[in-house]
Design a protein around this ligand. Sequence first.
Ligand code: AHR
Length: 374
Amino acid sequence: MNKKLLSLVLVAALAMSLLAGCGSKEEPKTTTAAAADTTAAAADNETEAPADTTAAAGDETTAAAAGGNTTGETIRVGYAQVGHESDWRTANTKNYQDVFSADNGYELSFVDCDNDNAAQLEAVRGFIQQELDYIVIAPIETAGWDTVLQEAQDAGIPVIIADREIDAPDTLYDAWVGTNTKNEGITAANWLAEYLDGKEANILVIEGSVGASATLGRTEGFNEVAAEHSEWKILDSQSGDFTQAGGQEVMESFIKSYEGQFNVVVCQNDNEAYGAMDAMKAANITYGVDGDVIIISFDATHDGLQYTLDGAINCNVECNPIQAGVVEEVIQAMAAGSDYEKTTLVNDEAFVAPGITSEYATTMTEDILAGRAY
Ligand code: AHR
């Protein structure tokens, strides 16, 4: 074999081994989304994946950051976004707009569905009518997806479910990318048990939007651990719709009904926590590491982590919004006809206020906050 032929054979063999490695699911790994650039490593997804919904996160896989469209042709992507209810959502939207930009070789049709299920179904039907190349859906609710997913499948348009889960057969969509929200709830409750060390907890929960898998998962995970603690009592649980105004309104009504009876408030996202803190401040109720009420939050966005660093939020469990790079990787693999992961779990961490050390969470520092861009 001459030298030129030998080198061609070697290059082909290397390419084949790389392709084989790409499609392998034998050694699943956890994805760490690129922008979540912190040094924390605790509270990784070590417990069960969400159980309730069909699109439950299964494999934890490695996924590269956004690499741009390498097909040479513009790819048209539709994104049916939940809305703009939270800082998390704003960060997630920006991440999609950055990754699926014209400069990166994409045409992004973005629809803010304003937390309206009917509007979201209409958005997806619009994408089908426009014959877009790929449809990405961040589902507002878990239910009601079968018909429109069948329509997309009949039209031959691949669908990626992102962020939240749906209750539909996984044959109706092509891939899922998101976080393990049940595990987020378990982490929050495990941290609380560790922190209280057998002391009583009288808990109020400000849930997220009704019917959203992020709400269902966090509630299920938290309640599962709570059931093991006879010294804990969940006094009430109401939806704050993942908004600051909703969190404040629910907390104001909780204060009327339970003033002096609670020592833990669980807010299922950071914006609800901001509203709950405003309501408690107005009622002269102290909270955080130096206060009477322990606050647990979810999302760990920049401002939420600032409150955690300041000791106002005791524990903040991350839900990573930086997911578009993983979705892009799936789309690029589909476009190239390569293997791709059916489910990709984006890794979450948890953070606690200075002065707290935990098996389940990392103690906040200025450096961690500085690395949190969203
Ligand atoms: O689905 C993710 C959740 O939705 C985030 O926790 C919340 O902030 C957002 O609105």
